[in-house]
Design a binder for this molecule. Structure first.
Ligand SMILES: Nc1ncnc2c1ncn2[C@@H]1O[C@H](COP(=O)(O)OP(=O)(O)OP(=O)(O)O)[C@@H](O)[C@H]1O
Length: 643
């Protein structure tokens, strides 16, 4: 299966992710996290940063007080009672500072507990918004999708970055105070401290980098196994899995992929254990050397015992701080790699976003002209559309026909503005849609697609989503339902308009394919008759084979209903393989391998030896009704008469 090879390829294994690169970019990620935190909950952010800074200061005060107390205790200047009395203020100070530090830790914990989920929410909404605003071409591009996948981790990471950045702040201030005290006590102590902690820093960065590269390498693999597991458990594939006995096949492949993931986890764990061992050995060696040097300094009288005592405390505190700092910087580094992905998606998403603004488009153009339009899908050699030209005049019904893969849906997508022509142009009257305001373009279109959306919402929401920006009355909904013959579907639903059309959810109901098509038709009617916030109404309906699940009579009725909408002054582009419907169109365009092969009225195309005539006669013969197709009252309807 291709999943096992292509999808699990370690695409990022060679990625140049170095500590230096990330360290250089860190300020940008921190700024991004800070901006999001500020926007999400600024009170919590201020509280968190203040509490952490004060904790750092408390650590310094604690060390100074400890030094004072030890000074009194280890270099006695009188009897025991006098010594103890002299030490009391410093000891009390240690106690008070410890208590203050504990309170600050609690305040900081509370603030980060509020801030982190808020940042996660903000980052996720931001991430989803970026993807939702991207061009369809971007969404279909596997490279962009890989960016989307890794950025999804970044949205989670950004909340951790907040916690880690503040912890780095604490550890840095604690360390600065320890380093300051140590340098004052003896010049040899600071290098000792650094020596003890350097191996831990090296090990932590190594482990983090390995983990990140592994996550990136396994991204496609994990997505593919997620898809496989979905196929196994979701209702839409359940029947075929059972009847065709696909279960063992899918399960077997899932297990194979899970084993690859398992092996990768085991490999990482082994590598981590080896690095940890090496780090611990080096760090232990450094600690032993430091203690030996301290002992030597005390024994040779180069360092008083009280200073050595404080040095041990300071080394312990400082070492813990450096340990904390290294581990926090390491986590920050690791999470930053994912935030970098989010940052990359933000930039890429910006580049591939549907542009805002542009030339205004006429609200009701007299004609839409497709001029020499070509379009090639990414990764394809041959164009899906090759120099196609056609015209749609206001109020006309245009039929697009052609064999599978001839480019009909692609042309529909171009007309809707979700793809842009790679060559040629599409004009609304005289305005080129390439530079036009896309909001105007979308507002002018109503789409009834082949795979129209079956929203897992209530029936009411399923209709309202035809025009989500505008409030709708019950009368409008009823009118849409009447138009689409939805009343019989409604009658069968216990909760009527409030029925949840989602089989998998509690109280959810399932509709048949044909019933869904009535829902989609009602949604179309609602969109075509309800103005958007700027008062614009759709003037072009693009209907791409949505009626395949309807029985033949219902399908013809549906087409007639859609044709009826031309009375409102809208034009219709109809894509279908059922030529009984196209026969009534004002003009028929026949596509063949992305090129426009034939065009004309039904009568013109039937009068000549055309592909259209062959296909029409073949379908009529299949129905066995002497050249007449289902729902057709005359053998060859004259579209002008039918209007
Ligand atoms: N998202 C896509 N990415 C890459 N190639 C695509 C994509 N969608 C369609 N194609 C290819 O473009 C060509 C035209 O496809 P299109 O869907 O426009 O044909 P169609 O006439 O609507 O076909 P059908 O009647 O089967 O719906 C086909 O070769 C198809 O494989």
């Amino acid at each position: 299966m291709r999943y096992d090879y292509g999808w699990s390829r370690h695409e990022f294994a060679g990625a140049k992710v170095t500590f230096g690169t990330v360290a250089r970019q860190m300020p940008r990620f921190l700024k991004l996290a800070g901006r999001m935190a500020w926007a999400a909950d600024r009170t919590a952010l201020i509280t968190l940063v203040t509490a952490e800074l004060l904790r750092g200061v408390a650590a310094a005060v604690m060390l100074i007080a400890t030094n004072r107390a030890l000074g009194h205790l280890l270099t006695p200047t009188g009897d025991v009672a006098t010594v103890l009395r002299a030490a009391v203020p410093a000891v009390v100070a240690v106690g008070v500072v410890s208590a203050v530090s504990a309170v600050l830790a609690a305040v900081s914990g509370r603030a980060s507990g509020r801030l982190e989920p808020a940042v996660f929410r903000a980052a996720t909404v931001d991430f989803l918004g970026i993807v939702a605003r991207s061009e369809l071409e971007a969404i279909e591009d596997p490279k962009f999708l890989a960016d989307v996948d890794s950025a999804r981790w970044g949205a989670g990471s950004i909340q951790h970055v907040i916690g880690q950045a503040t912890a780095v702040l604490t550890a840095t201030t604690a360390l600065a105070s320890a380093a300051g005290v140590l340098s004052l006590l003896h010049p040899a102590l600071l290098p000792m401290l650094l020596l003890i902690t350097a191996p831990r820093g090296w090990g932590a960065v190594r482990i983090a980098r390995r983990r990140y590269l592994s996550t990136q390498a396994m991204l496609q693999h994990n997505r593919a196994s997620g898809l496989l597991s979905d196929m196994l458990i979701r209702p839409w594939s359940a029947a075929e899995i059972r009847v065709h006995a696909c279960g063992p096949f899918l399960l077997g492949h899932y297990e194979q992929m899970a084993r690859v993931a398992e092996r990768e986890q085991a490999r990482l764990a082994g590598a981590k254990a080896r690095t940890d061992l090496l780090t611990a050995a080096l760090s232990g060696l450094a600690t032993t050397s430091a203690i030996t040097v301290l002992g030597w300094l005390v024994s040779t009288g180069s360092m008083p015992l009280a200073v050595a005592g404080t040095a041990v405390v300071a080394i312990r505190t400082g070492s813990a701080s450096i340990g904390g700092l290294v581990s926090q910087i390491n986590s920050l580094y690791e999470e930053s790699l994912f935030v970098a992905d989010l940052d990359r998606l933000r930039r890429e998403g910006h580049r591939r976003a549907i542009p805002e603004g542009g030339t205004p488009l006429p609200a009701r153009p007299d004609e839409i002209r497709v001029e020499d339009v070509s379009f090639t899908y990414p990764g394809r050699d041959t164009p899906a559309l090759d120099k196609v030209s056609l015209t749609i005049r206001r109020g006309e019904v245009i039929a697009l026909v052609g064999e599978n893969g001839s480019g009909k849906s692609t042309l529909a997508h171009l007309l809707c503005g979700v793809y842009q022509p790679h060559q040629g142009r599409i004009l609304w009257d005289t305005t080129d849609t390439a530079t036009a305001d896309r909001a105007h373009l979308f507002a002018g279109i109503a789409l009834l697609a082949q795979n129209f959306q079956r929203w897992s919402f209530t029936l009411r929401a399923n209709i309202l989503l035809g025009r989500p920006e505008a409030p709708a009355t019950q009368e409008q909904l009823e009118a849409a339902a009447d138009y689409a013959d939805l009343t019989s579907v409604l009658a069968g639903l216990d909760r009527g308009w409030n029925s949840l059309l989602a089989k998998g959810l509690a109280d959810g109901v399932a509709l048949s394919g044909g019933e869904w098509q009535h829902v989609a038709l009602a949604r179309l009617r609602h969109r075509v008759t309800t103005p958007g916030p700027d008062g614009r109404l759709p003037h072009l309906i693009v209907v791409d084979e949505p009626t395949s699940a309807l029985d033949a009579t219902a399908e013809i009725e549906a087409f007639e209903k859609i044709r009826g909408l031309t009375e409102l002054g809208v034009s219709v582009v109809l894509i279908t393989h059922r030529l009984a419907a196209t026969a009534r169109a004002d003009r028929i365009y026949v596509l063949d391998h992305g090129r426009l092969a034939e065009e004309g009225t039904h009568h013109e195309l039937m009068a000549a030896p055309t592909k259209y005539r062959d296909a029409y006669q073949l379908q009529a013969a299949q129905y066995g009704i002497g050249g007449r197709l289902p729902g057709q009252t005359t053998a060859e309807p004259d579209p002008q008469e039918a209007k």
